[in-house]
Design a protein around this ligand. Structure first.
Ligand SMILES: *Cc1c(COP(=O)(O)O)cnc(C)c1O
Length: 302
């Protein structure tokens, strides 16, 4: 099957006199889409090129990354091992990971690194050729996915004449964010602001991880191009409040757009607050829908 990574960029709504557009990366045509598809496609190019026969990765029970990696491994007939912290197993992503035949190794948070090392070593001992994908598709390969995606944003602007003053999205492990900053630097879109709404991490660490990823990938510092806003984490990963739920309901009712409370709903609500708080008006704004549709269903079924 051919894997296209071109997704629609559509006008969504006016908000506080700003024009909001949305990039539908949730519609990437593999395993319910999302930013982890762009990253995984690049990781699997390396896996195929190196002739690895086993894939090992890490993520929570709700991880979109693990679902997509396990699905891509199953598609190729490769064995997949998922190291995961115990708990939160009653969600659609975990169920799918299991249904793809992945071996799940539950462990305590402090044991993650040691468990990864142990599983990798056991596989090598058994004569396998394992490939490790960092949690969330972290690293230069993950960063490249959104450096490349930035080209699609540039193409849209060239065709439509709409230049984006701001780009917003849910920022987690940071390479979606880092890739967009590197794309912007490359394109010389100096005035544009790229705002990652943190869904879990606090500054300074959260922003520092993005800065390190930028530096590692494009060799120059992110500098003032880096805006990592941790004001909307709402207590941490997977935590949300009534306002986030209201935002999800509003966008679903008005536009048939599914957002989830862990990532995209939290980020969209964060964007609304950011625009209001900073009195931003008359700007063209792009919100990147980074996927997570199975988490939308977890929320609906609660
Ligand atoms: C992983 C994920 C993110 C965060 O992407 P990072 O590159 O890890 O920052 C945002 N949205 C969704 C739906 C995700 O699954």
């Amino acid at each position: 099957m051919e894997q296209s990574t071109k997704t629609p960029i559509l006008y969504l709504e006016q908000f506080l006199d700003n024009q909001i557009y949305i990039m539908r990366d949730d519609l990437l045509p593999f395993s319910f889409g999302g930013n982890k598809v762009r990253k995984a496609l690049l990781f699997f190019e390396e896996i195929d090129a190196q002739g690895c026969d086993t894939v090992v990765t890490y993520g929570s029970g709700g991880s979109n990354h693990c679902r997509i990696v396990a699905n891509m491994a199953a598609q190729r007939g490769l064995t997949c091992h998922v190291i995961s912290t115990e708990g939160d197993s009653l969600c659609a992503n975990r169920r799918m990971v299991e249904s793809f035949g992945a071996v799940v190794h539950g462990c305590a948070v402090e044991q993650v690194a040691a468990t990864i090392d142990r599983v990798m070593e056991q596989l090598r001992q058994a004569g396998r050729k394992p490939y490790f994908i960092p949690g969330g598709g972290h690293g230069n390969t993950g960063t490249r996915a959104y450096d490349l995606a930035y080209n699609q944003i540039l193409e849209f602007s060239a065709k439509s004449g709409v230049e984006f003053d701001y780009i917003f999205f849910a920022s987690g492990t940071g390479t979606t964010h880092a890739g967009l900053i590197c794309g912007k630097k490359r394109a010389g879109s100096a005035h544009q602001k790229i705002v990652g709404i943190s869904i879990a991490r606090r500054n300074p660490r959260g922003g520092q991880v993005v800065a390190d990823s930028v530096e590692s990938y494009c060799g120059s510092p992110a500098g003032e191009d880096l805006i990592f806003d941790d004001s909307f984490i709402c207590g941490g990963y997977g935590q949300y409040n009534q306002e986030i739920e209201n935002t999800i309901r509003r966008l679903l009712h008005s536009y048939g757009l599914p957002l989830d409370p862990t990532y995209t709903g939290k980020a969209y609500h964060g964007m609304e607050c950011y625009l209001r708080r900073n009195q931003i008006r008359n700007q063209n704004i792009l919100f990147i829908h980074t996927g997570g549709t199975p988490l939308f269903y977890d929320w609906v079924m609660k």
